[in-house]
Design a binder for this molecule. Structure first.
Ligand SMILES: [Zn+2]
Length: 471
């Protein structure tokens, strides 16, 4: 495992805390990587000083790491109407090209980018399990172990969700040949989850459960997964894709007359340990149901835009006290600032208003969104409450400006607005994950190696892709 410098504490000139921006904050870290003590003072203990503004790191609550390597390759129209579903065919084709070594190299490269994009944690929604022909690897959990390696090399906090995927649509329809690398039986899934427990504990990773969607797992299978969770990893996070596409809602209605979110709440005890990924297409009762249950909604605004999913009802949901976090999903973008910008802009375009996702007590849009996304992401990842305060994780990002002298003087309260909305890139100095300094002055100690291994993987993949033709 990569050995990073460990900080015992730090002194921040400007820090974003759960009560807003604070000047001159000293924090002390415990051996478990949480904040033991915090006080506003003049740094009497001589802690390392951060002059640049510091924000809590966000947990990226939804990623399919391998898709990072195909970002940008599906922006060509190939059909009279291209859609999520035609994109998915390309993604399946791509998934059938990658070796375990490729997948690990891609994940490490992605995680390195995410650390520089404002994230300090990741929830990997991991559904590629099998070899190219659909048979299990000698170690069934082979590809999950590659994800563990990538997280350990980069220092990003990992919550790993092995995904249960068994069907091609509602009603337990048989999977397609293109889905063969994803498919598990309940028994093989249980075996895989069990064998991941020891390496997860050794690497400091959190494990959770993820039925892929109501399309890919039947109500009976989801009930069995909940029993497995109670037996093997009680209280762990549960994530599921839901209501991302209008077609999914239509298929659900056709199958049993109920909308997907309604179906989920009918069959499962959804509570604050759950995270509903996308939840794009909701009626009024579903918005209220999710907010009331305390489940996090996992929004992936850049991917949802890229795939043409639709617009999440964020104003209604936040107005009812709903909790959300952000995910990079297809990894078409790796900056938290871009996701938050896109989330706000989707609401502005729909409502023809400005500064929509601010609150009366948090009028700065970016500050409000950043704090909420940090808290929601930590909850969805099954981690301690995130925030630069006692009990929070010692995970933070130092935000730098490439040309500070060329900027109008910006009050710290407005600093994030600038970085999220002014569109001049997001630049980091140090990134600290649970007290370990994994990025120092914008540089990661394994950066060159990770980048070279990714380049080697890409040339292998390019060769294999040119040898195959999409059907
Ligand atoms: Zn997804």
């Amino acid at each position: 495992m990569m050995a990073f410098d460990v900080l015992k504490g730090a002194h921040f000139r400007f820090a974003l805390t759960p009560k807003g921006w604070v000047r001159n904050l000293s924090v002390h870290f415990g051996p478990d990587g949480t904040i033991l003590a915090a006080s506003e003072d003049d740094n009497p203990d001589g802690l390392p000083v951060y002059d640049n503004p510091v924000v809590p790191g966000i947990t990226d609550l939804h990623s399919h790491a391998f898709q990072y390597a195909m970002a940008g390759l599906s922006e060509v129209r190939r059909n009279p109407v291209d859609s999520f579903w035609s994109w998915r065919d390309i993604m399946y084709f791509f998934a059938l090209t990658l070796s375990p070594e490729d997948m690990q190299a891609i994940a490490a490269r992605l995680y390195l980018s995410l650390l520089k994009g404002g994230y300090t944690g990741i929830v990997e929604f991991h559904y590629v399990h099998n070899d190219l022909d659909g048979s299990p690897y000698a170690r069934r959990e082979e590809l999950s172990l590659g994800i563990f390696e990538a997280a350990q090399a980069t220092g990003l906090d990992l919550t790993h969700l092995p995904v249960f995927y068994a069907h091609s649509n509602f009603g337990g329809l048989a999977p397609t040949s293109g889905q063969r690398r994803f498919i598990q039986s309940l028994d093989s899934y249980a075996e895989m989850l069990d064998s991941l427990r020891v390496p997860a504990r050794a690497g400091g990773h959190t494990l959770g459960i993820a039925p892929h969607s109501l399309r890919a797992a039947t109500p009976e299978e989801i009930a069995r997964l909940m029993e497995l969770r109670a037996d093997l990893i009680p209280g762990s996070p549960v994530h599921i894709h839901v209501a991302e596409q209008v077609k999914e809602v239509d298929d659900a209605l056709e199958w049993n007359g109920r909308r997907p979110v309604q179906q989920l709440y009918d069959i499962a005890p959804v509570d604050e340990r759950w995270c509903l990924i996308h939840a794009t297409h909701l009626d009024d009762s579903e918005v209220a149901m999710i907010a009331r249950s305390g489940a996090t909604v996992g929004l992936c605004p850049m991917t949802e835009s890229n795939l043409g999913d639709g617009i999440f009802r964020a104003t209604d949901f936040l107005g009812q006290g709903g909790v959300f976090g952000i995910g990079s999903d297809s990894n078409i973008a790796t900056f938290a600032a871009q996701e938050l910008q896109q989330l706000e802009y989707s609401q502005r375009l729909r409502d023809r208003q400005r500064n929509v996702l601010a609150a009366m007590d948090a009028p700065h849009v970016a500050t409000n969104l950043w704090s909420r996304a940090a808290q929601g992401g930590a909850r969805a990842a099954g981690r301690p409450e995130q925030g630069l305060a006692v009990g929070g994780m010692a995970s933070f990002v130092e935000v730098t400006s490439p040309e500070p002298e060329a900027m109008l003087p910006v009050e710290p309260e407005a600093m994030l607005d600038f970085h999220v909305f002014a569109g001049r890139g997001f630049h980091v100095g140090d990134v600290v994950v649970r007290g370990r300094k994994v990025v120092s002055g914008g540089h990661h100690p394994l950066e060159e190696q990770i980048t070279a291994e990714y380049a080697a993987a890409m040339s292998r993949v390019a060769e294999r892709l040119s040898a195959r033709k999409m059907a």
